[in-house]
Design a protein around this ligand. Structure first.
Ligand code: GNR
Ligand code: NI
Length: 168
């Protein structure tokens, strides 16, 4: 197990569209374990493979208070069940330190493969629905800052570029 490095906005690798996983193997499960460890260490409630520079359609989530409910979604397909949008102050491990209001559909259904390659379908609402949509956006090369005004996004970019220069 290992804690992986998380890419930060405006890194262009975060814009990569991830490819479907054709076979769930021991290597896939090793990556899942590393991603869960990375998410818990951060700490975060979700992590998409894109954020650790692996461009495969895989994400992990745990919205429990005590790290007791890891969820794995491979090749997730979202169907919107309730098109009514809800607002939430979102953050992102790839956009550290910024929280902004984003609107998304409140209720979704997701079909995916689990860590054994078995298909499953579930309905999600509340924070789980928000987080899942945020993670699937990552797999499509999209970030929550893309929903903000150009001005806000540029302010965030400048601040993060400065932080990254200071660390280098
Ligand atoms: O840890 C995270 N918290 C969060 C809060 C509100 C909406 C979405 C998220 S996901 C984020 C982790 C992350 O960046 N996943 O991609
Ligand atoms: Ni994120």
């Amino acid at each position: 197990m290992a804690v992986l490095e998380i890419l930060e906005f405006p890194d262009s690798r975060l814009r990569t569209e991830a490819k479907p996983i054709t076979e769930v193997t021991a290597d896939t499960r090793a990556l899942i374990d590393d991603m869960l460890e990375t998410m818990y260490a951060a700490p975060g409630i979700g992590l998409a493979a894109t954020q650790v520079n692996v461009h495969q359609r895989l994400l992990v989530m745990d919205i429990s208070d005590d790290k007791s409910a890891p969820q794995v979604f491979i090749n997730p397909q979202i169907t919107i069940l309730d098109p009514e949008q809800g607002e939430y102050d979102e953050g992102c491990l790839s956009v550290p330190g910024f929280y902004e209001t984003v609107s998304r559909p409140r209720e979704v259904e997701v079909s995916a493969l689990d860590r054994n390659g078995e298909p499953f379908t579930c309905r999600l609402d509340g924070l789980a629905a928000i987080c899942l949509q945020h993670e699937v956006d990552h797999l499509n090369g999209k970030l929550f800052v893309d929903y903000l005004s150009t001005l806000k996004r540029q302010r965030i970019r400048k601040k993060l570029e400065k932080d990254q220069r200071q660390r280098a």
